[in-house]
Design a protein around this ligand. Structure first.
Ligand SMILES: Cc1cc2nc3c(=O)[nH]c(=O)nc-3n(C[C@H](O)[C@H](O)[C@H](O)COP(=O)(O)OP(=O)(O)OC[C@H]3O[C@@H](n4cnc5c(N)ncnc54)[C@H](O)[C@@H]3O)c2cc1C
Length: 366
């Protein structure tokens, strides 16, 4: 019999949410993280937005888990006093061709069942946000923001209270399939065996799948960096302001987000990179100013300051890519669950992903 029942690799918001959901009715769960604490990578380098789910194609995991995840996340934040705010978001059309796309996007959102969407004309837009440029917009009342650090703290504490064991500074380096599970070895040479192996390793999840012998091009990741600049002056807007997204959803276009202290930030942009390097290129300031000024009037360039960056783990290939959340029985890896390409809206989806993974395990147990 394996030493442990469930090993989760990676303590980002998704790994933590999986631990929290599984520990509700399963035991003997271990979470292994290579860093000295949880949430030090992509999960603390994002916009902190609870998305409504308007963008994604129907019947995809991104769409399904975003709709469910947003509802679960609001409930969780409410029940556990996690700072959050349903601040609302406006997607704006700045010209006539944008307007056609905006109306299509609105219809798409309605068909998906996204709640709280309103198509607004120029007058309503100006009344709501006098400093926003645009000829019309979609108001998404259900979009919000969350304190991601407090969310991760709570998921960690609640999982620990349900006896999940957290092991930090444990970098998984080798996986061997054994009869009733997996032998997993870490960079410090420690080895254990596990019945289930859940790969929630974010930017490195394709490498972990490779360690298990999965040599599938569809699992390969590429990195797309997103930089932010913050506005060191009182925010001229009170909601999140977005342009029409890129057609392939490579990014949502440089947009304006607010945090819970009302600090305005612009970003993230989309920059393909070969390596993980979080330094910001300050020469981007002019481009950010131009892009931000397409959405908002009267910004003062002097007050635009370099902020953080994050890196998206994107599946290779062009066009829309869905999350991969896959139990690997068909590859002879019974008990391995890979989560690959968990880019935006992964934060919004985290609890729904946790439940989805729980169902995959329960299905195996039947
Ligand atoms: C710029 C940007 C903005 C975003 N904005 C939003 C947003 O507003 N709303 C939203 O819903 N989503 C957003 N996202 C997406 C969201 O941040 C991610 O989907 C989410 O954080 C992914 O969480 P994760 O746990 O999968 O990954 P991570 O946070 O990357 O966690 C993975 C963990 O695995 C660990 N790990 C890796 N390899 C190993 C190993 N070999 N052994 C042990 N541990 C290992 C890492 O150290 C890391 O801690 C954004 C993403 C980016 C990049």
């Amino acid at each position: 019999m394996p030493d442990i029942d469930i090993a989760i690799i990676g303590a980002g918001v998704v790994g933590l949410a999986i631990a929290y959901e599984l520990s509700e009715d399963l035991d003997n769960i271990y979470l292994f993280e290579k860093n000295e604490r949880y949430g030090l990578e992509t999960s603390s380098r994002n916009s902190g937005v609870i998305h409504s789910g308007i963008y994604y194609p129907p019947k995809t995991l991104k769409s399904k888990l975003c709709l469910e995840g947003s509802r679960l996340l609001y409930e969780f934040c409410h029940e556990n006093s996690i700072p959050h705010k349903k601040i609302g978001k406006i997607i704006v059309a700045t010209n006539e061709s944008d307007k056609i796309n905006l109306i299509d996007l609105y219809k798409h959102g309605q068909e998906l069942g996204v709640e709280g969407l309103e198509l607004i004309d120029k007058t309503t837009l100006s009344n709501l946000e006098p400093n926003v440029k645009g000829i019309c917009g979609i108001l998404s009342n259900n979009t919000g923001i969350v304190d991601v650090h407090r969310l991760m703290d709570k998921l960690y504490q609640l999982s620990k209270a349900r006896d999940v064991s957290f092991l930090f500074k444990m970098m998984l380096s080798k996986i061997k399939k054994i009869d009733d599970g997996f032998e997993i070895t870490f960079d410090n040479k420690e080895t254990t065996t596990t019945r289930y192996l859940i790969n929630s390793a974010g930017l490195y999840s394709d490498k972990i799948a490779e360690m298990a012998g999965i040599d599938d091009e569809q699992y390969q990741l590429r990195f797309v960096k997103g930089s932010y600049f913050y506005y060191a002056k009182k925010s001229p807007v009170t909601r999140l302001i977005y342009p029409i997204p890129h057609a392939d959803l490579e990014g949502l276009g440089i947009h304006a987000t607010l945090d819970l202290d009302n600090r305005l930030r612009f970003g993230p942009d989309t920059e393909p990179v070969d390596e993980i390097n979080y330094q910001i290129d300050i020469s981007k300031k002019e481009v950010f100013y131009q892009m931000a000024s397409r959405l908002i009037n009267g910004l003062d360039k002097e007050y635009l300051c370099p902020d953080t960056t994050g890196i998206r783990p994107k599946l290779i290939g062009s066009g829309f890519k869905d999350f991969i959340i896959q139990e690997e029985k068909d590859r002879g890896l019974n008990g391995m669950i890979n989560l690959i390409g968990i880019e935006s809206p992964g934060l919004t989806c985290c609890l729904a992903i946790g439940r989805y993974v729980k169902n995959l395990i329960k299905y195996q147990e039947k």
